[in-house]
Design a protein around this ligand. Structure first.
Ligand code: GDP
Ligand code: CA
Length: 310
């Protein structure tokens, strides 16, 4: 059994490669929900949906999120009324949010709705939100007129295009949250626990910080394999590098190794960072060097083979 601690796009790609190799039901994605939000009264779970749509081969190849063959009529109407149209929701995608919200309002937990949605897409891997409790990433702005103000993650990521300095990240609601059913068991029995190449600060940390998860990971440290989302000091996309720096870590594969040091026995880093391997090993983290840019031909399959051979 393989469990993958997952953010959005990077995790979805990795899961696609692993899914081609691992027998049905032996692959579990434990997914961040701190990006979730309620907008237009609808419960939106960006990371869960990116993973589901990608594995269903329905994700927009152009955007990497949302659905293929999307139209935007509903959003145009929202804009027409002067409503909140800064977070794009396609017409097909809206159907997912309508269904999820309706089920949640009926009292069904998010994990059950997620399983229902995955089943409807014919998926046989297990996709579990790390928790059924509301946990929300909040960031404190460190520049501009709103300095010191806390805003929600999507407002930072999409609304401000993550182009603003941040002084703190907080996961609202995390103290009273619990791992969803099946998460701790998956961590305890998996032969491999993989930390996907996702943003350490705002995708992986809000999973690790759910009470209990970090302790389970620590006990299984020898089984944990991380993949660095930072290559040559930069993120391929998004604010991972800058958030690492803002949180006091260097934005490099060594910084990632430090971030995960207590829970991760092995870190896979990109060939471009081969020279950093000794510094990572010096932290007591085994370092594996290979190509990790999954959009390049052949890399995803080779990376999955490497991980499964370790
Ligand atoms: P989200 O998709 O916005 O939820 O963001 P994630 O938390 O999944 O992570 C995006 C991070 O994953 C960025 O820091 C990227 O650098 C990293 N990433 C995305 N694709 C790849 C890849 O193919 N290889 C590696 N090594 N990192 C990747
Ligand atoms: Ca995300």
């Amino acid at each position: 059994m393989v469990t993958v601690i997952s953010g959005g796009v990077g995790a979805a790609r990795l899961l696609q490669g692993l899914h081609r190799r691992i027998a049905t039901h032996d692959l579990i994605a434990v997914v961040n929900v701190a990006d979730d939000m309620v907008l237009h009264g609808l419960h939106i779970s960006p990371d869960l949906d990116t993973i589901t749509y990608t594995l269903a081969n329905e994700v927009s190849t152009e955007r990497g999120w949302g659905l293929e063959g999307e139209s935007w009529q509903a959003m145009k109407m929202v804009g027409h009324y002067g409503g909140q149209d800064w977070f794009s929701l396609g017409d097909r995608d809206l159907g997912t949010h309508l269904y999820r919200t309706q089920r949640l309002n009926e009292g069904v937990p998010l994990s059950t709705v997620t399983a229902e949605i995955a089943r409807a897409w014919g998926l046989d891997l297990t996709i579990i939100p790390v928790t059924n409790n509301p946990v929300r990433t909040m960031v404190t702005l460190a520049e501009g007129p709103g300095t010191g103000e806390e805003i929600g993650f999507q407002e930072y990521f999409v609304g401000r295009q993550h182009d603003i300095a941040v002084s703190a990240v907080r996961f609202d609601g995390i103290e009273s949250s619990h791992p969803a059913e099946g998460v701790e068991a998956a961590l305890d029995i998996s032969g491999r626990i993989i930390i996907a190449p996702s943003n350490p600060v705002v995708s992986v940390d809000p999973v690790l910080a759910i009470p209990g998860i970090r302790d389970h990971m620590k006990r299984r440290r020898d089984r944990v394999i991380g993949i660095s989302p930072i290559i040559g000091g930069k993120a391929l996309k998004g604010p991972a590098a800058r958030l690492m720096t803002e949180m006091g870590f260097e934005s490099s594969a060594v910084g990632v190794a430090k971030y995960y040091q207590d829970i991760c026995g092995t870190l896979v880093i990109d060939t471009a960072d081969a020279a950093l391997a000794p510094a990572i090993e010096a932290l007591g983290v085994r370092c594996v060097v290979t190509d990790t840019v999954m959009s390049e031909p052949g890399v995803l399959d080779a990376l999955c083979d490497t991980i499964l051979d370790l």
